[in-house]
Design a protein around this ligand. Sequence first.
Ligand code: PLP
Length: 432
Amino acid sequence: YTSCLKTVSSVDANFVHADNHGGHVASNLIGDALKARVESVNQDTCGAGEEDAFFVADLGEVYRQHIRWKKNLPRVKPHYAVKCNPDPQVLRLLAELGTGFDCASKAEIEQVLKMGIDPSRIIYAQPCKTKSYVRYAAQHGVKQMTFDNADELYKTKQLFPEAELFLRILTDDSASLCRLSQKFGASLDSTADLLELAKKLELNVVGVAFHVGSGASDPKAFLKAVQDARFVFGQAASIGIEMHTLDVGGGFCGDTFEPMAEVLSEALDVYFPPHIRVIGEPGRYYVSTAFTIACHVIARRTVADATLGTTSYMLYLNDGVYGNFSSIIFDHQNPVPLVLNCGNRFLYDTRRSGYDTPTVTEYSIWGPTCDGIDVISQSCTFPETIDVGDWLYFEDMGAYTKCSATRFNGFTDSHDIVYVSSEPGATALLGL
Ligand code: PLP
Protein backbone atom coordinates (compact mmCIF):
# COMPACT_ATOMS: atom_id res chain seq x y z
CA TYR A 1 0.00 0.00 0.00
CA THR A 2 1.04 3.55 -0.40
CA SER A 3 2.41 5.17 2.70
CA CYS A 4 2.08 8.67 1.37
CA LEU A 5 -0.35 10.42 3.66
CA LYS A 6 -1.15 14.04 3.91
CA THR A 7 -3.41 16.16 6.01
CA VAL A 8 -6.94 15.75 4.74
CA SER A 9 -10.36 16.94 5.65
CA SER A 10 -13.45 14.75 5.82
CA VAL A 11 -14.56 16.08 2.46
CA ASP A 12 -11.25 15.94 0.61
CA ALA A 13 -10.59 12.34 1.56
CA ASN A 14 -7.23 10.70 1.20
CA PHE A 15 -7.16 6.95 1.12
CA VAL A 16 -4.53 4.37 1.82
CA HIS A 17 -5.36 0.79 1.07
CA ALA A 18 -3.94 -2.64 1.72
CA ASP A 19 -3.80 -5.88 -0.20
CA ASN A 20 -4.31 -8.07 2.82
CA HIS A 21 -7.11 -8.79 5.29
CA GLY A 22 -7.82 -7.35 8.74
CA GLY A 23 -5.60 -7.93 11.78
CA HIS A 24 -2.02 -6.80 11.50
CA VAL A 25 -2.55 -5.11 8.20
CA ALA A 26 -5.27 -2.93 9.66
CA SER A 27 -3.18 -2.20 12.70
CA ASN A 28 -0.10 -1.34 10.61
CA LEU A 29 -2.14 0.87 8.32
CA ILE A 30 -3.73 2.74 11.19
CA GLY A 31 -0.37 3.06 12.96
CA ASP A 32 1.33 4.37 9.82
CA ALA A 33 -1.45 6.86 9.24
CA LEU A 34 -1.29 8.11 12.83
CA LYS A 35 2.49 8.37 12.71
CA ALA A 36 2.61 10.19 9.40
CA ARG A 37 0.07 12.73 10.54
CA VAL A 38 1.68 13.32 13.94
CA GLU A 39 5.11 13.69 12.36
CA SER A 40 3.76 16.16 9.85
CA VAL A 41 2.91 18.61 12.64
CA ASN A 42 5.68 20.79 13.98
CA GLN A 43 4.09 21.97 17.19
CA ASP A 44 6.69 24.69 17.66
CA THR A 45 5.90 26.41 14.38
CA CYS A 46 2.48 25.17 13.23
CA GLY A 47 -0.50 27.42 12.58
CA ALA A 48 -3.35 27.63 15.07
CA GLY A 49 -5.24 24.34 15.14
CA GLU A 50 -2.88 22.33 12.94
CA GLU A 51 -2.23 20.10 15.95
CA ASP A 52 -5.97 19.53 16.45
CA ALA A 53 -7.23 16.05 17.26
CA PHE A 54 -7.81 13.91 14.17
CA PHE A 55 -9.34 10.55 13.29
CA VAL A 56 -8.01 7.62 11.32
CA ALA A 57 -10.93 5.69 9.83
CA ASP A 58 -10.41 2.16 8.51
CA LEU A 59 -13.14 1.58 5.97
CA GLY A 60 -11.99 -2.02 5.70
CA GLU A 61 -13.40 -2.53 9.19
CA VAL A 62 -16.82 -1.28 8.07
CA TYR A 63 -16.60 -3.69 5.14
CA ARG A 64 -15.72 -6.62 7.43
CA GLN A 65 -18.63 -5.80 9.72
CA HIS A 66 -20.93 -5.97 6.72
CA ILE A 67 -19.62 -9.40 5.71
CA ARG A 68 -20.06 -10.54 9.32
CA TRP A 69 -23.65 -9.26 9.32
CA LYS A 70 -24.48 -11.09 6.10
CA LYS A 71 -23.01 -14.31 7.49
CA ASN A 72 -24.88 -14.18 10.79
CA LEU A 73 -28.12 -12.41 9.87
CA PRO A 74 -28.67 -13.29 6.22
CA ARG A 75 -32.40 -12.67 6.50
CA VAL A 76 -32.10 -9.13 7.84
CA LYS A 77 -31.36 -6.33 5.38
CA PRO A 78 -29.40 -3.66 7.26
CA HIS A 79 -30.49 -0.02 7.03
CA TYR A 80 -27.51 1.82 8.50
CA ALA A 81 -28.55 4.32 11.21
CA VAL A 82 -27.04 7.50 9.79
CA LYS A 83 -27.30 9.35 13.13
CA CYS A 84 -24.60 7.15 14.59
CA ASN A 85 -21.92 8.54 12.28
CA PRO A 86 -22.92 10.31 9.07
CA ASP A 87 -19.39 10.14 7.68
CA PRO A 88 -19.63 10.57 3.90
CA GLN A 89 -17.13 7.82 3.08
CA VAL A 90 -18.86 5.34 5.41
CA LEU A 91 -22.17 6.16 3.73
CA ARG A 92 -20.60 5.82 0.30
CA LEU A 93 -19.16 2.40 1.13
CA LEU A 94 -22.43 1.16 2.62
CA ALA A 95 -24.33 2.45 -0.39
CA GLU A 96 -21.99 0.43 -2.62
CA LEU A 97 -22.50 -2.60 -0.40
CA GLY A 98 -26.23 -2.27 -0.98
CA THR A 99 -27.48 -1.46 2.51
CA GLY A 100 -30.49 0.72 3.17
CA PHE A 101 -30.42 3.77 5.44
CA ASP A 102 -32.28 4.73 8.59
CA CYS A 103 -32.68 8.51 8.67
CA ALA A 104 -33.99 10.54 11.59
CA SER A 105 -34.35 14.01 10.06
CA LYS A 106 -34.67 15.99 6.86
CA ALA A 107 -30.89 16.63 6.78
CA GLU A 108 -30.09 12.92 7.00
CA ILE A 109 -32.63 12.06 4.30
CA GLU A 110 -31.18 14.80 2.11
CA GLN A 111 -27.60 13.60 2.64
CA VAL A 112 -28.52 10.07 1.59
CA LEU A 113 -30.67 11.14 -1.38
CA LYS A 114 -27.86 13.38 -2.63
CA MET A 115 -25.71 10.27 -2.94
CA GLY A 116 -28.16 9.02 -5.54
CA ILE A 117 -29.77 6.46 -3.25
CA ASP A 118 -33.27 5.42 -4.26
CA PRO A 119 -35.86 6.67 -1.72
CA SER A 120 -37.12 3.10 -1.32
CA ARG A 121 -33.84 2.29 0.44
CA ILE A 122 -34.56 4.83 3.18
CA ILE A 123 -36.68 4.44 6.29
CA TYR A 124 -37.55 7.62 8.16
CA ALA A 125 -37.35 5.84 11.52
CA GLN A 126 -38.55 8.56 13.85
CA PRO A 127 -41.97 8.02 15.45
CA CYS A 128 -42.40 11.73 16.33
CA LYS A 129 -41.63 13.71 13.20
CA THR A 130 -41.47 17.42 12.35
CA LYS A 131 -44.37 18.32 10.02
CA SER A 132 -42.24 20.10 7.43
CA TYR A 133 -39.89 17.08 7.36
CA VAL A 134 -42.83 14.80 6.62
CA ARG A 135 -43.74 17.08 3.71
CA TYR A 136 -40.11 16.87 2.54
CA ALA A 137 -40.20 13.06 2.76
CA ALA A 138 -43.46 13.03 0.79
CA GLN A 139 -42.04 15.31 -1.91
CA HIS A 140 -39.01 13.05 -2.30
CA GLY A 141 -40.83 9.72 -2.21
CA VAL A 142 -39.39 8.50 1.10
CA LYS A 143 -42.39 6.42 2.01
CA GLN A 144 -41.25 4.16 4.82
CA MET A 145 -41.64 5.72 8.25
CA THR A 146 -42.44 4.71 11.82
CA PHE A 147 -45.16 5.86 14.20
CA ASP A 148 -46.18 4.93 17.73
CA ASN A 149 -49.12 7.18 18.65
CA ALA A 150 -52.48 8.42 17.38
CA ASP A 151 -51.41 12.05 16.84
CA GLU A 152 -48.72 10.91 14.46
CA LEU A 153 -51.35 9.00 12.48
CA TYR A 154 -53.50 12.13 12.10
CA LYS A 155 -50.36 14.05 11.04
CA THR A 156 -49.54 11.39 8.46
CA LYS A 157 -53.11 11.38 7.15
CA GLN A 158 -52.90 15.13 6.61
CA LEU A 159 -49.38 15.28 5.10
CA PHE A 160 -48.52 11.95 3.53
CA PRO A 161 -51.44 9.50 3.32
CA GLU A 162 -49.48 7.23 0.94
CA ALA A 163 -46.74 6.61 3.52
CA GLU A 164 -45.77 3.01 4.32
CA LEU A 165 -46.07 2.91 8.08
CA PHE A 166 -44.31 0.77 10.66
CA LEU A 167 -45.87 0.57 14.10
CA ARG A 168 -43.01 0.92 16.57
CA ILE A 169 -43.63 -1.12 19.69
CA LEU A 170 -42.19 -0.85 23.18
CA THR A 171 -39.37 -3.22 24.17
CA ASP A 172 -37.67 -4.26 27.36
CA ASP A 173 -34.46 -2.25 26.95
CA SER A 174 -33.34 -2.50 30.57
CA ALA A 175 -30.10 -4.27 29.63
CA SER A 176 -29.02 -1.66 27.07
CA LEU A 177 -26.56 1.23 27.27
CA CYS A 178 -28.95 3.86 25.93
CA ARG A 179 -32.59 3.23 26.70
CA LEU A 180 -34.94 4.34 23.97
CA SER A 181 -38.22 2.83 25.11
CA GLN A 182 -38.60 5.49 27.80
CA LYS A 183 -39.32 7.81 24.91
CA PHE A 184 -40.66 5.76 22.02
CA GLY A 185 -42.77 2.71 21.38
CA ALA A 186 -46.43 1.77 21.69
CA SER A 187 -47.28 -0.63 24.50
CA LEU A 188 -49.05 -3.81 23.48
CA ASP A 189 -52.27 -2.68 25.13
CA SER A 190 -52.42 0.30 22.73
CA THR A 191 -51.50 -1.39 19.46
CA ALA A 192 -54.99 -2.70 18.66
CA ASP A 193 -56.48 0.81 18.94
CA LEU A 194 -53.70 2.30 16.83
CA LEU A 195 -54.24 -0.28 14.11
CA GLU A 196 -57.99 0.35 14.16
CA LEU A 197 -57.40 4.08 13.85
CA ALA A 198 -54.94 3.61 10.98
CA LYS A 199 -57.54 1.47 9.22
CA LYS A 200 -60.26 4.05 9.79
CA LEU A 201 -57.96 6.75 8.36
CA GLU A 202 -57.22 4.46 5.39
CA LEU A 203 -53.51 4.59 6.10
CA ASN A 204 -51.10 1.95 4.89
CA VAL A 205 -49.52 0.09 7.83
CA VAL A 206 -46.96 -2.30 6.35
CA GLY A 207 -45.09 -3.58 9.36
CA VAL A 208 -43.87 -3.49 12.93
CA ALA A 209 -40.63 -1.88 14.16
CA PHE A 210 -38.80 -2.16 17.45
CA HIS A 211 -35.49 -1.17 19.00
CA VAL A 212 -34.13 -3.09 22.00
CA GLY A 213 -32.00 -0.12 23.09
CA SER A 214 -28.63 1.02 21.83
CA GLY A 215 -25.75 -1.08 23.12
CA ALA A 216 -28.06 -3.95 24.01
CA SER A 217 -26.52 -6.78 26.01
CA ASP A 218 -29.32 -9.28 26.58
CA PRO A 219 -30.14 -11.48 23.57
CA LYS A 220 -33.46 -12.36 25.21
CA ALA A 221 -34.61 -8.80 24.55
CA PHE A 222 -34.63 -9.68 20.84
CA LEU A 223 -36.60 -12.86 21.42
CA LYS A 224 -39.29 -11.05 23.43
CA ALA A 225 -39.46 -8.20 20.90
CA VAL A 226 -39.89 -10.64 18.00
CA GLN A 227 -42.65 -12.45 19.91
CA ASP A 228 -44.40 -9.13 20.60
CA ALA A 229 -44.06 -8.13 16.95
CA ARG A 230 -45.63 -11.43 15.94
CA PHE A 231 -48.55 -10.67 18.25
CA VAL A 232 -49.06 -7.28 16.58
CA PHE A 233 -48.86 -8.84 13.10
CA GLY A 234 -51.69 -11.09 14.31
CA GLN A 235 -53.70 -8.16 15.61
CA ALA A 236 -53.32 -6.41 12.26
CA ALA A 237 -54.31 -9.52 10.28
CA SER A 238 -57.45 -9.91 12.40
CA ILE A 239 -58.74 -6.55 11.14
CA GLY A 240 -57.64 -7.10 7.55
CA ILE A 241 -54.25 -5.33 7.57
CA GLU A 242 -51.71 -7.58 5.88
CA MET A 243 -48.29 -6.51 7.12
CA HIS A 244 -45.26 -7.61 5.12
CA THR A 245 -42.14 -6.21 6.85
CA LEU A 246 -40.56 -6.49 10.28
CA ASP A 247 -37.96 -3.92 11.35
CA VAL A 248 -35.74 -5.29 14.13
CA GLY A 249 -34.02 -1.94 14.76
CA GLY A 250 -30.47 -1.49 16.04
CA GLY A 251 -28.76 -2.24 19.33
CA PHE A 252 -26.10 -4.63 17.99
CA CYS A 253 -22.52 -4.41 19.30
CA GLY A 254 -19.38 -5.99 17.87
CA ASP A 255 -18.56 -7.76 21.16
CA THR A 256 -21.84 -9.63 21.51
CA PHE A 257 -22.96 -9.79 17.91
CA GLU A 258 -22.86 -13.55 17.26
CA PRO A 259 -24.95 -14.64 20.28
CA MET A 260 -27.43 -11.82 19.62
CA ALA A 261 -27.68 -12.73 15.96
CA GLU A 262 -28.21 -16.38 16.79
CA VAL A 263 -31.12 -15.67 19.12
CA LEU A 264 -32.62 -13.19 16.67
CA SER A 265 -32.27 -15.53 13.67
CA GLU A 266 -33.90 -18.40 15.52
CA ALA A 267 -36.74 -16.21 16.72
CA LEU A 268 -37.34 -14.91 13.20
CA ASP A 269 -37.49 -18.44 11.84
CA VAL A 270 -39.93 -19.53 14.53
CA TYR A 271 -42.27 -16.54 14.43
CA PHE A 272 -42.06 -15.12 10.90
CA PRO A 273 -42.52 -17.12 7.71
CA PRO A 274 -39.93 -16.58 4.95
CA HIS A 275 -42.15 -14.31 2.85
CA ILE A 276 -42.03 -11.64 5.56
CA ARG A 277 -39.30 -9.14 4.71
CA VAL A 278 -36.98 -8.32 7.62
CA ILE A 279 -34.92 -5.16 7.91
CA GLY A 280 -32.67 -3.79 10.69
CA GLU A 281 -31.25 -0.41 11.66
CA PRO A 282 -27.72 -1.06 12.97
CA GLY A 283 -25.57 1.98 13.73
CA ARG A 284 -22.90 1.37 16.36
CA TYR A 285 -22.22 -2.14 15.03
CA TYR A 286 -20.87 -0.85 11.71
CA VAL A 287 -18.65 2.03 12.77
CA SER A 288 -17.60 1.82 16.40
CA THR A 289 -14.32 -0.04 15.86
CA ALA A 290 -13.50 1.64 12.55
CA PHE A 291 -12.44 4.99 13.99
CA THR A 292 -9.38 5.82 16.09
CA ILE A 293 -8.77 9.33 17.38
CA ALA A 294 -5.43 10.98 18.21
CA CYS A 295 -5.35 13.93 20.62
CA HIS A 296 -2.57 16.33 21.47
CA VAL A 297 -1.52 17.05 25.06
CA ILE A 298 -1.87 20.84 25.18
CA ALA A 299 -1.13 21.39 28.88
CA ARG A 300 -0.10 19.56 32.04
CA ARG A 301 -0.45 20.30 35.72
CA THR A 302 1.76 18.56 38.28
CA VAL A 303 -0.02 17.41 41.41
CA ALA A 304 2.41 16.71 44.23
CA ASP A 305 1.05 15.01 47.33
CA ALA A 306 3.48 15.92 50.13
CA THR A 307 1.86 13.54 52.61
CA LEU A 308 2.07 10.49 50.39
CA GLY A 309 5.19 11.66 48.64
CA THR A 310 3.62 10.98 45.22
CA THR A 311 3.44 12.97 42.02
CA SER A 312 0.59 12.63 39.55
CA TYR A 313 -0.39 14.78 36.59
CA MET A 314 -3.47 16.35 35.11
CA LEU A 315 -3.22 16.21 31.31
CA TYR A 316 -5.28 18.58 29.17
CA LEU A 317 -6.09 17.38 25.64
CA ASN A 318 -7.40 19.35 22.69
CA ASP A 319 -10.62 17.28 22.58
CA GLY A 320 -13.10 16.47 25.31
CA VAL A 321 -16.71 15.80 26.24
CA TYR A 322 -17.95 18.89 24.38
CA GLY A 323 -16.17 17.52 21.30
CA ASN A 324 -15.70 13.97 20.07
CA PHE A 325 -15.79 12.58 23.60
CA SER A 326 -19.45 13.57 23.79
CA SER A 327 -19.93 9.79 23.84
CA ILE A 328 -18.91 9.84 27.51
CA ILE A 329 -21.95 11.94 28.36
CA PHE A 330 -24.51 10.83 25.77
CA ASP A 331 -23.45 7.27 25.08
CA HIS A 332 -22.14 6.16 28.48
CA GLN A 333 -18.73 5.26 27.05
CA ASN A 334 -15.36 5.06 28.83
CA PRO A 335 -12.77 5.63 26.11
CA VAL A 336 -9.42 4.09 27.06
CA PRO A 337 -6.41 6.42 26.72
CA LEU A 338 -3.28 4.95 25.12
CA VAL A 339 0.06 6.62 24.47
CA LEU A 340 0.70 7.37 20.81
CA ASN A 341 3.78 9.53 20.92
CA CYS A 342 5.96 10.38 23.91
CA GLY A 343 8.98 12.59 23.27
CA ASN A 344 10.18 11.11 20.01
CA ARG A 345 9.05 7.56 20.80
CA PHE A 346 6.11 6.31 18.74
CA LEU A 347 4.23 3.79 20.88
CA TYR A 348 1.12 2.91 18.88
CA ASP A 349 -0.08 -0.65 19.45
CA THR A 350 2.73 -1.54 21.87
CA ARG A 351 0.47 -1.72 24.92
CA ARG A 352 -2.63 -3.43 23.67
CA SER A 353 -2.54 -5.97 26.48
CA GLY A 354 -1.83 -3.46 29.24
CA TYR A 355 1.21 -2.34 31.17
CA ASP A 356 3.44 -4.94 32.75
CA THR A 357 5.84 -2.56 34.45
CA PRO A 358 5.41 -1.80 38.16
CA THR A 359 6.64 1.77 37.75
CA VAL A 360 3.65 3.67 36.51
CA THR A 361 2.58 7.28 36.86
CA GLU A 362 -1.00 8.28 37.53
CA TYR A 363 -2.84 10.75 35.33
CA SER A 364 -6.24 12.30 35.03
CA ILE A 365 -7.22 13.39 31.52
CA TRP A 366 -9.21 16.52 30.76
CA GLY A 367 -10.72 18.24 27.75
CA PRO A 368 -9.87 21.77 26.63
CA THR A 369 -12.96 23.71 27.74
CA CYS A 370 -13.44 25.74 30.89
CA ASP A 371 -15.98 23.33 32.34
CA GLY A 372 -15.09 20.91 35.15
CA ILE A 373 -17.38 18.27 33.67
CA ASP A 374 -15.00 18.09 30.73
CA VAL A 375 -13.03 15.07 31.94
CA ILE A 376 -12.13 12.03 29.82
CA SER A 377 -10.55 9.88 32.53
CA GLN A 378 -10.45 10.52 36.28
CA SER A 379 -7.53 8.15 36.69
CA CYS A 380 -5.29 6.13 34.44
CA THR A 381 -1.66 5.05 34.51
CA PHE A 382 1.17 5.00 32.00
CA PRO A 383 4.77 3.90 32.50
CA GLU A 384 5.86 6.96 30.52
CA THR A 385 6.06 10.50 31.79
CA ILE A 386 3.72 12.27 29.43
CA ASP A 387 4.48 15.89 28.70
CA VAL A 388 2.99 18.79 26.77
CA GLY A 389 3.29 18.08 23.06
CA ASP A 390 2.86 14.32 23.34
CA TRP A 391 -0.09 12.53 21.73
CA LEU A 392 -2.60 10.07 23.14
CA TYR A 393 -4.96 7.92 21.11
CA PHE A 394 -8.30 6.21 21.74
CA GLU A 395 -9.73 3.30 19.78
CA ASP A 396 -13.38 2.44 19.05
CA MET A 397 -14.36 6.06 18.56
CA GLY A 398 -16.68 5.67 15.57
CA ALA A 399 -20.13 5.60 17.17
CA TYR A 400 -21.98 8.60 18.60
CA THR A 401 -18.80 10.69 18.84
CA LYS A 402 -18.23 13.37 16.23
CA CYS A 403 -21.92 13.50 15.33
CA SER A 404 -22.70 15.03 18.72
CA ALA A 405 -19.62 17.25 19.06
CA THR A 406 -20.22 20.93 19.79
CA ARG A 407 -18.24 24.14 19.25
CA PHE A 408 -18.40 25.08 22.93
CA ASN A 409 -15.61 27.49 23.94
CA GLY A 410 -14.87 28.09 20.27
CA PHE A 411 -13.21 24.74 19.65
CA THR A 412 -13.81 23.09 16.31
CA ASP A 413 -16.47 20.41 15.86
CA SER A 414 -15.00 19.33 12.56
CA HIS A 415 -11.86 17.24 12.83
CA ASP A 416 -9.78 15.87 10.01
CA ILE A 417 -10.18 12.24 9.08
CA VAL A 418 -7.45 10.18 7.45
CA TYR A 419 -9.13 7.29 5.66
CA VAL A 420 -7.41 3.96 5.23
CA SER A 421 -8.73 0.67 3.89
CA SER A 422 -7.47 -2.67 5.18
CA GLU A 423 -9.78 -4.65 2.88
CA PRO A 424 -9.29 -4.93 -0.86
CA GLY A 425 -13.07 -5.33 -1.16
CA ALA A 426 -13.67 -1.90 0.32
CA THR A 427 -10.82 -0.42 -1.68
CA ALA A 428 -12.29 -1.74 -4.91
CA LEU A 429 -15.84 -0.66 -4.14
CA LEU A 430 -14.70 2.84 -3.39
CA GLY A 431 -12.81 2.91 -6.67
CA LEU A 432 -9.43 3.65 -5.08
N1 PLP B 1 -32.80 3.07 14.96
C1 PLP B 1 -33.31 3.99 15.79
C2 PLP B 1 -34.73 4.36 15.65
C3 PLP B 1 -32.51 4.57 16.79
O1 PLP B 1 -33.04 5.49 17.62
C4 PLP B 1 -31.15 4.18 16.88
C5 PLP B 1 -30.29 4.76 17.90
O2 PLP B 1 -30.64 5.61 18.68
C6 PLP B 1 -30.65 3.25 15.97
C7 PLP B 1 -31.50 2.69 15.04
C8 PLP B 1 -29.23 2.79 15.99
O3 PLP B 1 -28.97 2.06 17.14
P1 PLP B 1 -27.57 1.34 17.34
O4 PLP B 1 -26.50 2.32 17.10
O5 PLP B 1 -27.61 0.89 18.76
O6 PLP B 1 -27.51 0.18 16.41
